[in-house]
Design a protein around this ligand. Structure first.
Ligand SMILES: Cc1cc2nc3c(=O)[nH]c(=O)nc-3n(C[C@H](O)[C@H](O)[C@H](O)COP(=O)(O)OP(=O)(O)OC[C@H]3O[C@@H](n4cnc5c(N)ncnc54)[C@H](O)[C@@H]3O)c2cc1C
Length: 478
């Protein structure tokens, strides 16, 4: 398949050495490892600890794994759309390792292009690879003058340089202010930069911290120069459960991971500077010698009460807050004749609007209905509206951008509102994300909101798990 991600070889696996002798290690390490939270961070941590031969118990408060990434059964159309379209980048190196560990690495596609669409249906192909990708970054707008394009080139170079050698005040300004400062022309911003920045941090550029955006740009440049290929955006070719959870369950079965559903952890119990157990909501206690606490910032309160630095972590978790995303899965009675699997609607509802064509992405056979997944990030207004109003708004949006939508009938619509989709990445929050290591060597934190070099993404969640697992594997033998 063109553009398919190369899977890392087994030798690239971070915990390969230990996984080779799993049986022997299980005998030699009597520690009981407990992972709290079965989202992506908790899943990756459990998979990698199990591969390293550890005895693992995974606690998940809900009846299912996956946390904020999940497929949802919609009986009316007998289909399994996701709770929100999730895209990936080739630079998601930990995520790709996780997918390799669970055997899902082939369910990704990194296409050569996406599309930018203006009202009335005017479309520009946005190249994601090679020299043409650079041209897109530097002036994709169809009405950009040669001078605009020249200015965009200069501003893009300035932006890249400042991302790598960041001015000291970058954490105090918004992405909007930064783009103005580097002189990014309005047309280049409209066509590429504003929605790209919003897509990365799920915050409008007027609120988003320039540092968050700069850090991701810097990571992309470093990965690109190290691996000599541009970091591009891709998507799963299957639903999120098939991509992220089914394979993890197979690993759990293979290594005997004890997964406990509907099990709410209340407090990690620490005595004399070491973890001794996890207190549950039902009053019982699970013995533990090492814990990875992989819950989102909104749910950390209370869990770390025994940890000396708990009040700073709780205060940071509160300040990081959250930002909403609204996803609308629209089943139409006809195709929209998209130009690409992923299309960005320029100037939509004022926040980022993306249309994902599931026929192209999943090779979904359109047996009477065509599925289009619309995502609105930074959906501060939409989140308070009723589903019917959201559906009306999204259908009207499609009609403005796709001539084929004029006569289209909505066979079924499915709205997913995620008020706490990710932690917030606005100005003033720099340096708040806590490290995975705590002052107790047997207690680690994980989750997208802990300190990583990515914004609030799946890669951040999985990277945090990799760091937490690596730190636990360094513990001296007991
Ligand atoms: C609509 C939407 C679109 C997104 N789009 C993208 C995208 O395009 N690309 C991208 O990379 N990322 C995207 N993200 C972000 C990504 O989904 C998250 O960053 C990632 O899934 C977070 O994983 P996590 O494990 O850190 O947290 P979570 O997924 O929240 O997992 C935490 C788990 O802990 C459990 N839990 C909480 N408290 C307890 C407790 N006390 N005891 C036991 N269990 C507990 C929860 O039930 C949950 O299962 C999107 C998110 C949303 C919501």
């Amino acid at each position: 398949m063109p553009g398919r991600q190369q899977s890392p070889s087994r030798d690239d696996h971070p915990f390969h050495e230990t996984s080779r002798s799993a049986g022997a290690l299980r005998m030699s390490d009597p520690r009981r490892y407990v992972v709290v939270g079965g989202g992506l961070a908790g899943l990756a941590a459990s998979v990698w600890l199990a591969e390293a031969g550890k005895q693992v118990t995974l606690l998940e408060r809900r009846a299912r794994l996956g946390g904020r990434t999940q497929a949802m059964w919609v009986g009316e159309v007998e289909d399994r759309p996701d709770n929100g379209q999730h895209v990936l980048a080739t630079g998601y190196e930990h995520m790709i390792r996780y997918l390799t560990s669970i055997g899902s690495q082939d369910y990704l596609e990194f296409p050569h292009h996406g599309a930018l669409r203006w009202p009335g249906g005017r479309t520009v192909i946005m190249h994601t690879k090679g020299f043409r990708a650079l041209r897109t970054l530097m002036g994709a707008h169809p009405d950009a003058s040669p001078l605009d394009r020249l200015r965009a080139v200069r501003a893009t170079l300035r932006l890249g340089r400042q991302a790598l050698r960041q001015p000291p005040d970058l954490a105090d300004i918004t992405t909007d202010q930064w783009l103005r400062r580097v002189g990014m022309p309005a047309k280049a911003r409209e066509a590429v930069w504003d929605w790209l920045a919003l897509g990365i941090a799920a915050e409008p550029v007027e609120r988003e911290s320039a540092k968050i955006f700069a850090d991701v740009v810097a990571t992309a440049i470093r990965l690109g120069t190290r691996e000599r290929r541009a970091v591009t955006i891709g998507y799963p070719t299957v639903d999120l459960d098939t991509l992220l959870i089914d394979g993890a369950k197979r690993v759990f079965d293979k290594f005997g991971v004890d997964v406990r559903y509907r099990t709410v952890a209340r407090r990690v119990v620490i005595e004399s500077g070491a973890v001794v157990g996890v207190q549950l909501a039902d009053g019982s206690r699970i013995p533990a010698d090492a814990v990875i606490c992989a819950v989102p910032n909104s749910r950390i309160g209370g869990l770390l009460d025994d940890l000396p630095e708990h009040s700073e972590i709780y205060a940071a978790a509160d300040k990081l807050g959250h930002t909403p995303i609204v996803s609308t899965n629209l089943y139409l009675d006809r195709p929209l004749r998209t130009k690409a699997a992923m299309e960005a609607l320029i100037g939509g509802t004022g926040v980022i609007d993306e249309v994902f064509d599931r026929q192209r992405m999943h090779r979904r056979s359109a047996d009477g209905t065509w599925l289009y997944c619309l995502t609105t990030s930074g959906a501060y207004e939409q989140i308070n509206r009723g589903n019917e109003e959201i559906i009306r708004e999204q259908v009207a949006l499609l009609r403005r951008y796709y001539p084929e939508a004029a006569q289209a009938r909505v066979v079924h619509a499915h709205v997913v509102k995620m008020a706490q989709a990710t932690f917030s990445q606005v100005v003033g929050l720099d340096g708040l994300r806590p490290d995975q290591r705590t002052s107790v060597p047997t207690l680690m934190l994980a989750g997208d909101w802990t300190s990583t070099d990515w914004s609030a993404t799946m890669e951040s969640a999985v990277q945090s798990a990799a760091k937490a697992v690596a730190a636990l594997l360094e513990l001296p033998p007991v």
